[in-house]
Write a protein that binds this ligand. Structure first.
Ligand SMILES: C[S@@+](CC[C@H](N)C(=O)[O-])C[C@H]1O[C@@H](n2cnc3c(N)ncnc32)[C@H](O)[C@@H]1O
Length: 229
């Protein structure tokens, strides 16, 4: 599907979005925004890899992979997921949203690695530049080599998962790089994890709305480092 790369931008976005839609839980607006961020790091030449935490069947990852793995900037696409479904919730996740309790999803949403590979390939991803890391974040994150990040997409729903993603990866995001958080306006545990993290930093990024739930921001030059100022 190399031909996608030669389409004018609007057509390319539409075509890519249609190709990934059967393989994602993420709605059209959020896919469009990930497309925009993945493209923007090429336009602005922001160095670094692209990371997705929460992959499921790979639809949103494919949008990121389409750009990142064909970049002149030698990017790797890192994909993290248990591929065993959602972990247990904790107290911070316990509220029901629209009458649906978070814990009804525990061990649900079991992603399929072969399907991830297939959808990535279908949009022209260079698979040699993809690292799929299966396992619970708490087990896999401590094993990682050092790398910098240009786009960090967090789509992991629960308080503990989102907290760990931010604690592990936020400091690796390059100034000018982008952070997107899928569940901020939907799951209260996600919002709490984000707010607490930035409260601790004394840093309050201006969160941009993608839709009712997803938020994103561009990391400024002078975001406070771990441990305050
Ligand atoms: C909403 S789904 C991701 C949706 C995906 N981005 C898409 O395009 O459809 C959330 C994923 O996060 C993963 N996840 C959440 N917390 C995790 C953790 N602590 N360790 C590993 N995977 C986790 C689940 O396995 C699940 O596949």
């Amino acid at each position: 599907m190399k031909i996608l790369q030669f389409l004018p931008n609007t057509l390319r976005e539409r075509r890519l979005s249609t190709l990934v839609q059967p393989h994602t839980l993420v709605g059209r607006e959020r896919i469009r925004n990930l497309y925009r961020l993945a493209r923007q790091i090429e336009v602005e030449r922001i160095p670094g890899d692209v990371v997705e935490c929460g992959v499921y069947h790979g639809g949103s990852a494919a949008v990121l992979g389409h750009f990142a793995t064909n970049s002149q900037m030698n990017r790797t696409l890192w994909l993290f997921d248990s591929f065993q479904g959602m972990p247990a919730t904790t107290e911070a996740d316990d509220n029901a949203v629209d009458g649906v309790r978070a814990d009804t999803y525990v061990r649900d949403l079991v992603g399929d690695i072969e399907r991830v590979r297939a959808v990535l390939s279908s949009v022209g991803t260079n698979m040699a530049r993809v690292r799929i890391v299966p396992g619970w974040f708490q087990d896999t994150f401590p094993t990682l080599p050092a790398f910098r990040i240009a786009v960090l997409n967090i789509d992991a729903d629960w308080y503990e998962s989102v907290k760990l993603c931010l604690e592990t990866f936020f400091d690796r995001v390059e100034p000018g790089g982008f952070v997107s958080i899928d569940d901020y306006g939907h799951w209260p545990g996600c919002k709490k994890a984000v707010e607490e993290f930035f409260e601790r930093r004394g840093f309050h990024p201006e969160l941009q709305h993608t839709d009712y739930s997803a938020r994103w921001f561009q990391k400024p030059q002078a975001a406070p480092l771990r441990g305050g100022s």
